[in-house]
Design a protein around this ligand. Sequence first.
Ligand code: PRP
Ligand code: MN
Ligand code: MG
Length: 179
Amino acid sequence: MGDGLEKVLVTEEQIKARNAELAAEIDADYAGKDLLLVGVLKGAVMVMADLARELHHPCEMDWMAVSSYGAGTTSSGVVRILKDLDTDIKDRNVLIVEDVIDSGLTLSWLVGNLKSRGPASVEICTMVRKPLAFDVDLDVKYIGFDLPNEFIVGYGLDYAEKYRNLPFIGTLAPHMYQG
Ligand code: PRP
Ligand code: MN
Ligand code: MG
């Protein structure tokens, strides 16, 4: 493949179908309940937009920006809030929407942070989970795809801020990130 990509792991069609399935589960689970989707900028923009449009349940959407990676390829373990929620989540049902859980460090920290604000519930929906996430104590209710530990990009996932706009998820060719 051109553009520094190696192969497609999840096609646009597979992502669309999975979003519809996840939305149906979420519709059923939140029937009769209030729902606030919290997207984690910037990676979650694509899944938030697509998943929200598959939902029939009324929901609100808010956004947080946190930083754990910088421009590199490995987690620093340091999480900072770059943009906080506009919404008071006390007594709200919060569903965090993410593009990927890799080390799980970002979400472990974020779940703890949000739970300290007194919400009725906090759950997680991620389009991709990678195997390292099994090492952290994180309850992920909605998972699009469990993928192997390769360097993946697309559908919100970036390498140095690029490739987010690919409509599919693919692997980056090793020469892109090896010296
Ligand atoms: C990426 C990704 C998740 C997080 C997962 O975000 O979108 O938010 O890292 O990694 P972890 O499970 O190892 O913590 P990043 O910090 O790169 O910001 P971005 O969403 O703006 O790309
Ligand atoms: Mn992110
Ligand atoms: Mg990133």
